[in-house]
Design a protein around this ligand. Structure first.
Ligand SMILES: Cc1cc2nc3c(=O)[nH]c(=O)nc-3n(C[C@H](O)[C@H](O)[C@H](O)COP(=O)(O)OP(=O)(O)OC[C@H]3O[C@@H](n4cnc5c(N)ncnc54)[C@H](O)[C@@H]3O)c2cc1C
Length: 268
């Protein structure tokens, strides 16, 4: 489904995250989705380019010159309300580089975007012994949505990497939930999340795990720890990179493709 999103308002939920509120004429595609990591593909059209209607981004490749192709960025859709036609997106504002972050920093009511989706596959399993939710700011929206979906008697451990004290976001956790904030504090982020996951005292039983964020940290550090040292089953873990240092979303897709190829080759 492609829908047009119109900005209705915005507020800063933390010093580095701007929540943009949208209205849409048609969010019916969300009706069948109860994943807490629901995401949409936001389409940023190039100014001055006329696009065919209806817009099919994939079909444009090979037709338009590369510089005229829209930029596509992936974002978690928060609080979709099909009847009201509203949803929100929490954008990490990470500086002047990129497309979506700078757009969000300056978005005004009346601005529009196209969105495709939703995708998403994870929802906390109510039968799990406990829940482990780990990520950086990019995964914070999905973690907030997962925390809100936990049963009142659920046990949860949440670890979130943010820039500095003051960047903590509000989240609804059951009494058995604990959140730990980890800070980059201007230093290298390498290994900080893994160190926190390693240092965690694990509750009894097997967790249902959600780990997303910067790809090197998640896929090359935390993933081997969970599957190797902790011996977790694949179907108990939702894990993927959401972005990669030094790469745009386009070149990050190539990184993911290369990683998948390398893993396939190693397995054969
Ligand atoms: C399923 C899914 C859900 C996601 N949900 C969200 C969400 O709800 N909120 C959100 O903010 N992000 C989310 N992301 C991550 C988001 O898609 C990427 O961060 C994306 O690269 C941002 O696009 P951009 O145009 O701002 O930067 P790009 O043009 O892609 O990249 C430009 C530069 O900015 C750097 N960069 C990109 N993201 C970050 C960041 N978070 N912190 C620091 N530097 C960065 C890149 O390394 C690159 O050097 C999600 C990703 C996936 C796959």
């Amino acid at each position: 489904m492609t829908t047009r999103l119109t900005v209705t308002g915005a507020d800063w939920t933390t010093p580095h995250i701007r929540r943009i509120h949208f209205r849409s004429d048609d969010l019916s595609a969300f009706a069948g989705s109860d994943a807490t990591d629901r995401y949409v593909k936001l389409v940023f059209l190039q100014p001055g380019v006329t696009y065919p209607e209806p817009l099919d981004v994939r079909a444009l490749r090979g037709i338009l010159p590369p510089e005229h192709l829209p930029d596509v960025r992936t974002y978690t859709a928060l609080f979709p309300d099909v009847a009201a036609g509203t949803l929100a997106i929490d954008f990490v504002v990470h500086g002047d580089e990129g497309v979506a972050g700078p757009w969000a920093a300056h978005a005004q009511p009346g601005d529009t975007l196209l969105a495709n989706g939703p995708g998403g596959a994870y929802r906390p399993d109510p039968d799990a012994d406990w829940h482990l939710l780990v990520g950086d700011e990019s995964a914070l929206p999905a973690i907030i949505a997962a925390a809100a979906a936990l049963d009142a008697d659920a046990v949860a451990r949440v670890i979130v990497l943010v820039e500095e004290p003051g960047d903590e976001a509000a989240m609804a956790l059951p009494d058995g939930g604990r959140v730990q904030w980890v800070y980059r504090a201007g230093g290298p982020a390498d290994g900080l999340l893994l160190d926190a996951v390693r240092s965690l005292e694990w509750p009894v039983g097997t967790p249902h795990v959600f780990v997303h964020g910067e790809a090197q940290e998640v896929m090359h550090r935390i993933r081997p720890y969970l599957f190797g040292e902790r011996g977790l089953r694949r179907d108990r873990v939702s894990i993927s990179g959401y972005w990669r240092y030094g790469r745009t979303e386009e070149s990050f897709r190539e990184w993911k493709h290369e990683l998948a190829e390398a893993e396939r080759a190693a397995a054969s």
